[in-house]
Design a protein around this ligand. Structure first.
Ligand code: SF4
Length: 222
């Protein structure tokens, strides 16, 4: 990739603030607005008596009654079943140089179709994407962009890799996982840009379907 092209694409993506989509991807999107959330059953949770549930996806282990949401704001207990509200609901999608992730030694020079949904399981004061990470999905514009459409879009735009990024992909685990499975069938790689705040079991399963994980050190206590 020529330096000028890299700076142009990276610069455009650096302007990311709030919901955003690349014009090149628009034909595969369907505008979804701010309501119209998904109700796909979440993975990694335990049912308790009285319609209570306990989420086991990340170390927060949110314990929730009926109609309550987890700390990340994108997973909700509805009548004792736990749902992800952001499956296939991208609020940002752009084509970035993979070096922006930054992954310098994995498919260098390639373009990564990069997607995010609203929400995060931490609240860093320094977050550069706080307008989409620190909100509920109803507070941002999002688009119907199911796994198959993401993969088709990557193929159409000559992106050999899909990146789950911008916010915290762990909180849209099911969407990321299923997209990675579809991508692998077509020979497209998947990379995860994450704070790494996830429990061991879902992490081990995720490593079976993605190709690279880049962990940001957000904080430490010692
Ligand atoms: S993924 Fe969300 S709901 Fe689940 S434990 Fe973590 S913060 Fe709570």
């Amino acid at each position: 990739m020529k330096r000028r092209h890299f700076l142009k694409t990276a610069g455009g993506a650096a302007l990311l603030a709030g919901s955003s989509l690349s014009p090149a991807l628009m034909d595969l999107y369907a505008f979804s607005g701010q309501g119209n959330l998904s109700t796909v059953e979440a993975r990694y949770y335990k049912k308790h008596p009285d319609r209570e549930i306990e989420c086991e996806l990340c170390p927060r282990f949110c314990k929730l009654g009926d109609k309550e949401r987890g700390y990340c704001g994108v997973r909700e207990n509805i009548g004792g079943t736990y749902y992800t509200l952001v499956y296939g609901k991208a609020c940002s999608a752009n084509i970035d140089p993979i070096e922006k992730k930054p992954l310098f030694h994995y498919l260098p020079g390639s373009s990564a179709l990069s997607i995010a949904t609203a929400g995060c399981n931490v609240n860093c004061k320094f977050c550069q994407n706080w307008e989409i990470s620190q909100v509920r999905p109803e507070q941002v514009t999002h688009y119907d962009f199911p796994p198959q459409a993401v993969v088709q879009s990557a193929q159409k735009n000559s992106c050999p890799v899909i990146a789950y990024t911008y916010t915290e992909p762990i909180i849209f685990y099911e969407y990321m996982y299923d997209t990675s499975v579809e991508a692998r069938k077509k020979g497209i790689k998947s990379v995860v840009i994450t704070g790494g705040y996830i429990n061991p079991e879902p992490l081990v399963e995720l490593t079976k379907v993605v190709d690279a994980i880049k962990v940001d050190l957000k904080a430490f206590s010692e």
